[in-house]
Design a protein. Structure first.
Length: 279
């Protein structure tokens, strides 16, 4: 439920703020919470303790913008986490319309784009990172991905459940944390999202690493970056990747690329040859 999602976010982020982070004395005696106490956060945000407790219990359903802003400052939220907090609160207060199921349509022009991007690996992903379409290089880049049936192909599932993923990504921990933080962003617009719930329940049961990252409540939308992969077919390859969002944002195109004339682009050409041979 929306109020549960807001309450869980507040509790998780409160636990990450230490008293000395905000200029408060640690005090004496054992602290039963790893971060700020409820009364400490309430004082920093300028709200009553009872009011804040109701927020964390999911009983307060209409926090004002002023209260949310004060809580965001007290919790030291960055811009994305702040927007996430406001989005969750909007749902609690029913300030947003009910969402329709996310669009998973892959148009003919999107499929043509994937082919025209070759040999650059490219995939069309849903908001939960289901692979809705991909060119040959896109599947080949995620080594072993093609072994899975199409309905199972999800880049976050691959990250945590495929045996080849830890060796493929040069910085698996950072990539895994980014994938989970991106999945969290969906809840700002749709806290009751069944597609998110199903994936989270599956991966939490299968992967302690995923479960721990999910409980951190980090929020970060996936954007372009540099990625180094150790691919068993073409060796170590450094790629830039871009995220192209389409329509209502329910789908996005992920493109991995390298400058022409570089060894990395040559490796992509080899990947294309291998991908065509495997068809």
């Amino acid at each position: 439920m929306s109020s549960t999602a807001l309450a869980a976010f507040l509790r998780a982020r409160r636990a990450r703020i230490r008293p000395d982070d905000v200029g408060l004395p640690v005090g004496v005696g054992l602290r039963r919470t790893p971060g700020l106490r409820r009364e400490e956060l309430a004082a920093l945000a300028g709200v009553s303790v009872d009011y804040y407790i109701r927020l964390e219990q999911g009983k307060e359903t209409n926090p004002s913008s002023a209260v949310l802003g004060a809580l965001a400052s007290a919790l030291q939220l960055d811009d994305e986490a702040r927007a996430h907090l406001f989005g969750l609160a909007d749902h609690v207060a029913r300030r947003r319309p009910v969402h329709h199921p996310p669009d998973r349509t892959v148009t003919a022009s999107m499929r043509l784009l994937l082919e025209n991007l070759r040999p650059c690996p490219a995939l069309v992903l849903s908001r939960t990172s289901d692979v809705l379409a991909a060119n040959a290089e896109g599947l080949a880049l995620y080594h072993g991905f093609a072994e899975w049936p199409p309905a199972r192909r999800n880049t976050i599932r691959y990250m945590f459940r495929h045996r080849d993923a830890p060796a493929l990504f040069d910085d698996w921990r950072s990539s895994a944390a980014g994938a989970v933080a991106d999945l969290r962003t969906v809840l700002a617009s749709d806290p009751d999202a069944p597609d998110v719930t199903a994936l989270v329940e599956e991966l939490s049961a299968a992967s302690p690493e995923f479960a721990a990252l999910w409980e951190r409540h980090d929020v970060r939308r996936k954007i372009g970056a540099q990625k180094v992969l150790h691919h068993p077919t073409v060796g170590t390859i450094s790629l830039t990747w871009e995220v192209l969002r389409t329509g209502d944002g329910s789908t996005r195109i992920i493109v991995h690329q390298a400058a022409q004339g570089t060894p990395d682009h040559d490796a992509l050409s080899l990947l294309a040859i291998a991908a065509d041979a495997a068809r």
